[in-house]
Design a protein around this ligand. Structure first.
Ligand code: GAL
Length: 719
């Protein structure tokens, strides 16, 4: 065996030497590996990659259900070379084409014309590729996606560079005399530089950008369905809170009649943090098992903060000493999670001391790193992977590892992480950060939909009651409704003048759980992101033109969509358009896609295919529903339904058209749905002979989990 290994190392050595000294142009051998997904290799792909770190398991059946599609461009327009140990790639772009994705950006949605160096990092205020999830995947408005599956700092020239031998050169202009001269001439390609001997590349086809995104998510295993409690409200408490403080806090939520499903316990649960011991601090948490069960008795779960850097005073330190990188972070050693033994040591400790005590999940902090708060690129790791490779995959590795602990217990978790990358769709984590710009947080939420990650615009503190309520409204229309009070000790009712408005929007989220949960099931089964950029929405496509085929009218929404970016409104699921308000604004514009739209709150018609202005008042976040839209809801409850609990179903219909909706349900906590233990019921609203709208709902299949009473309350919102 050892001999065999030796032989293959020699072959690999020669291959690598050959590739590193040569300039090697390659005809790519594209293979359709799944319906509408093509893969090709350039050079010798590395043994670690993003999709490998995420351990993706493609959802083959769901992919087969998508329509077949052809390769999105002429294959000979793609070029690939290995020069001096690096991969040089070129993909074509057409004139009208726009591209989206390329990481979790905070300020821009359209990426054509940008240069990105995709590098896991804390977001530093510029969309330059350094971000929490620098996913090397882009989606074209023409309906395809491209992924570079390399764990490297990849540079993408997204329609910026112009080759001498280009097919579609920019017009030559004289700056002295020609006003149309541009500092950045037209470019007809996306060019990508990958500092590696080789890489795998994937092309995802489709008839729309959304279909390409669906393929990407389904290939990654389909999106994650959070447990129901994960979609309820969560409060993170100040760092040094004790068990008693936390229980008191949970009771205060009851007193204020405010929703609460889980509490985030920040660094102080550990005997030391930054670096971490992962051991309970006995002064603040003398009996962690009892603490978790007392909390559970209030219907509340716990989520533990950590960063992965192991403290020398912790019991894990001696076991991990030889399984860590060459450099420390805050005096802690950096576990090499690509090694099974490292993962096993972590698992044993975490399962025995946390999961078995009832801990429901983790917040995995500091895996993105400001450069000086993480290992340097010069660090080495016992697996042989470089500091750079580790930096690009670390967030994926910890998400995958911790996610599997819960899965083995057949228990869904839902947590937070500060770094991710390609392949993350099926991982049970939501990204957050410290950057705290309300507007940019919404743009990040929009961008998360292109790249298979979830993002929360968390609330911490605010300068005014107005800012507070506006932030609270946005976070309630995001993947995780969270108040992170680790530093400020804020509570949802910290601004008494808006306490009612804040409670109302949190209650509304709780009422919308049937709709939100179904939306997440679409993420899993169909690859449709739960929170969606307008550019992914049908009737809002970039290439859409007004009826006369022109894009000239000043109030043509498609003109706006092409020229400016839609960075402040998005869809939650199929039916609901969310247009957050920001402090200082009393009105805003909303761009309505094709078809008629209705006000969520009163069912009134608001417009169609146009830009409207709304001034909703402090107590409401503008929400709009499509004509024929069906929104399944439930009565106001402080917590998500428990296993086996049945709740009342309230079905709202908007507009005057017929509507249909498939409501999804399962036990809300386990993975039994993967074996078919779930229900889908069809909701139909149709006009009867007299022209009156009537609703019907099908019966759930016998023996499958279904948490709703038979009797349904129908609300026809538009009269
Ligand atoms: C930060 C994190 C905050 C909070 C804090 C605790 O890195 O982003 O949300 O958890 O650490 O020290």
């Amino acid at each position: 065996m050892q001999n065999e290994d030796f032989k293959s190392s020699i072959i690999l050595f020669f291959l690598i030497s050959f590739f590193s000294i040569s300039c090697f142009s390659q005809d790519l051998n594209w293979k359709e590996i799944q319906n509408g997904i093509w893969k090709a290799s350039v050079g010798v792909p590395e043994s670690i990659s993003l999709l490998k770190a995420a351990d993706i398991q493609p959802k083959v059946d769901a992919l087969q259900n998508l329509p077949s599609t052809s390769f999105p461009f002429s294959k000979d327009k793609i070029s690939a070379e290995v020069i001096d140990g690096k991969v040089y790639l070129r993909f074509p772009l057409e004139r009208e084409e726009q591209i989206y994705g390329l990481g979790l950006n905070f300020k821009t949605v359209q990426q054509r014309g940008r240069i990105m160096q995709l590098h896991v990092d804390h977001y530093g205020g510029r969309d330059n590729g350094r971000t929490h999830a620098p996913v090397p995947f882009y989606v074209s408005s023409k309906g395809y996606g491209v992924l570079i599956d390399a764990a490297r700092y990849i540079t993408v020239y997204a329609g910026t560079a112009v080759r001498v031998d280009t097919d579609d050169p920019p017009v030559l202009r004289d700056r002295n005399t020609d006003k149309q001269w541009k500092a950045q001439p037209y470019s007809d390609a996306v060019e990508i530089l990958i500092p590696a001997q080789g890489t795998n590349i994937y092309v995802y086809g489709g008839s729309s950008p959304m279909e390409a995104v669906q393929r990407y998510n389904l290939y990654n295993g389909g999106g994650y369905i959070p447990p129901k409690w994960g979609l309820g409200f969560t409060q993170r408490v100040p760092t040094l809170y004790s068990d008693a403080d936390i229980l008191k806090e949970a009771r205060e939520f009851e007193d204020h009649n405010f929703p609460l499903d889980f509490i985030g316990v920040e660094p102080g649960w550990q005997s030391m943090a930054y670096p971490c011991t992962f051991e309970w601090d006995k002064t603040r948490f003398p009996d962690p098992e009892k603490f978790n069960s007392d909390l559970k008795a209030l219907g509340v779960r716990s989520n533990l903060w950590l960063n992965p850097y192991v403290s020398p005073i912790g019991s894990l330190y001696p076991k991990l000493k030889d399984l860590t990188g060459s450099h420390t972070v805050w005096n802690g050693i950096v576990p090499d999670f690509t090694i099974k033994e490292t993962r096993d040591i972590f698992k044993k400790h975490f399962v025995e001391n946390h999961l078995n005590f009832g801990v429901s999940g983790y917040k995995i902090d500091e895996v993105d790193g400001f450069d000086s708060w993480v290992w340097p690129d010069i660090a080495t790791f016992p697996s042989g992977y470089s500091g750079e490779q580790m930096r690009q995959v670390y967030g994926l590795l910890v998400q995958d590892m911790t996610g599997k602990w819960f899965k083995e217990l057949n228990q869904r978790t839902y947590g937070l992480v500060r770094a991710s990358n390609a392949g993350a769709s099926a991982l049970p984590y939501v990204i957050y950060n410290d950057y705290y710009s309300h507007r940019d947080f919404i743009t990040a939420l929009i961008n998360s939909s292109f790249i298979g990650v979830l993002w929360t615009p968390e609330v911490r503190a605010s300068k005014s009651a107005e800012e507070w309520v506006r932030r609270m409204q946005s976070v309630c229309f995001s993947p995780m409704a969270m108040l992170n009070a680790w530093a400020d000790g804020t509570k949802p009712w910290s601004f008494p003048e808006v306490e009612t408005a804040v409670r109302e929007v949190a209650n509304l989220r709780m009422q919308l759980l049937p709709y939100i949960y179904t939306t997440f099931s679409q993420y899993h089964f169909e690859g449709l992101p739960p929170f969606r950029a307008m550019n992914l929405v049908e009737g809002f496509l970039h290439q859409q033109k007004s009826s006369d085929g022109k894009l000239e009218s000043t109030d043509n929404p498609y003109e706006i969509a092409v020229k400016s970016e839609i960075k402040d409104q998005y869809m939650m699921g199929d039916e609901l358009l969310v247009a957050p308000m920001f402090a200082g604004e009393t009105e805003r514009k909303v761009i309505l896609p094709q078809g008629k739209w209705y006000d969520f709150y009163n069912g009134k018609y608001v417009g169609e295919n146009e830009i409207i202005r709304v001034s909703p008042g402090i107590e409401k976040i503008p929400l709009f529903v499509k004509d024929g839209g069906i929104i399944p809801m439930r009565p106001v409850e402080r917590q998500a339904p428990k296993v086996g609990e049945k709740v009342e179903l309230i079905i709202r219909h908007y507009g005057t058209s017929n509507g249909d909706f498939v409501l999804y349900d399962d036990d809300g906590v386990s993975f039994d749905f993967e074996k078919g233990d779930y229900s889908t019921v069809k909701i139909l609203v149709k006009k009867d002979k007299k022209g009156q709208l009537k609703g019907v709902i099908s019966k759930p299949e016998k023996g499958k989990p279904y948490g709703y009473h038979k009797k349904v309350t129908w609300e026809f919102m538009t009269n």
